[in-house]
Design a protein around this ligand. Structure first.
Ligand SMILES: Nc1ncnc2c1ncn2[C@@H]1O[C@H](COP(=O)(O)OP(=O)(O)OP(=O)(O)O)[C@@H](O)[C@H]1O
Ligand SMILES: O=C(O)[C@H](O)[C@@H](O)[C@H](O)[C@H](O)CO
Length: 207
């Protein structure tokens, strides 16, 4: 499948379905996935557990740690793929569940993870998200923090090559919408590359 993206970040507020979506995307493509929640410093998790929203200062070290893990994972996969060399077989992207609420966080992720990064924004009504948060068990994030999450949220702008998906749809539909879009991006990239005269081909596509 798609090789335009090295990383696909599933973003949105708490409870919008990032974890489930990223996990299912990875299963469908036999790829890896990461949950950004696993890379918060312990103080951040404790802060949220107590019902307090994170601020920028608390989010920067977390995003930095996440980038390091994402790059290490990508390198590990590339090394393994190299050992099993299957020529012409592109490496699927790593799927990452990460809130990435603000534009400046996404710019940081772009700077550190490179341009082959696609953001998928899970968009939905507050009441539906609240309901899903209240009905899931064993998560540290209190639903009382949803409004601060919505307050911080800066949806993808038109210049961010946005892929926005409604979370009203069942998870399987969301997964297929994302995969269809990634495939379309891949086809578009191939068309663009094939329209470039030989000798001037872009080298930006990598594995
Ligand atoms: N499209 C959907 N239809 C039905 N249930 C969903 C859908 N998306 C997510 N859910 C359910 O909603 C709950 C919240 O989803 P999930 O934990 O994946 O959200 P999240 O964005 O990762 O939240 P957090 O950032 O707090 O970890 C889960 O119980 C999940 O199974
Ligand atoms: O940016 C943030 O405020 C945090 O990442 C939160 O989004 C939580 O980590 C997550 O939503 C809870 O699971």
């Amino acid at each position: 499948m798609n090789s335009v993206a090295k990383f696909v970040i599933v973003m949105g507020v708490s409870g919008s379905g990032k974890t489930e979506t990223a996990r299912r995307l990875a299963t469908a493509t036999h790829s890896a996935w990461l949950d950004a929640d696993d890379h918060h410093p312990a103080e951040n998790v404790e802060h949220m557990r107590r019902g307090l929203p994170l601020n920028d200062e608390m989010r920067w070290p977390w995003l930095d740690a996440l980038c390091k893990v994402a790059i290490a994972t990508r390198n590990e996969i590339a090394a393994t793929a190299g050992n099993n060399a299957r020529p012409g077989q592109p490496t699927p992207p790593i799927f990452i569940a990460c809130s990435a609420l603000k534009r400046r966080y996404r710019d940081f992720l772009r700077t550190h993870l490179g341009p082959q990064l696609v953001f998928v924004f899970l968009e939905g009504p507050r009441d539906l998200i609240l309901d899903r948060m209240n009905n899931r068990a064993g998560h540290f994030m209190p639903s009382a923090l949803l409004d601060s999450q919505l307050g911080d949220l800066e949806p993808l702008g038109p210049d961010e090559d946005p892929l926005t998906v409604s979370i009203i749809a069942p998870l399987d539909d969301i997964v297929w919408q994302v995969l269809d879009d990634l495939t379309a991006r891949e086809a578009q990239q191939n068309r663009t590359e094939n329209s470039v005269p030989p000798g001037q081909k872009s080298t930006s596509k990598g594995g």
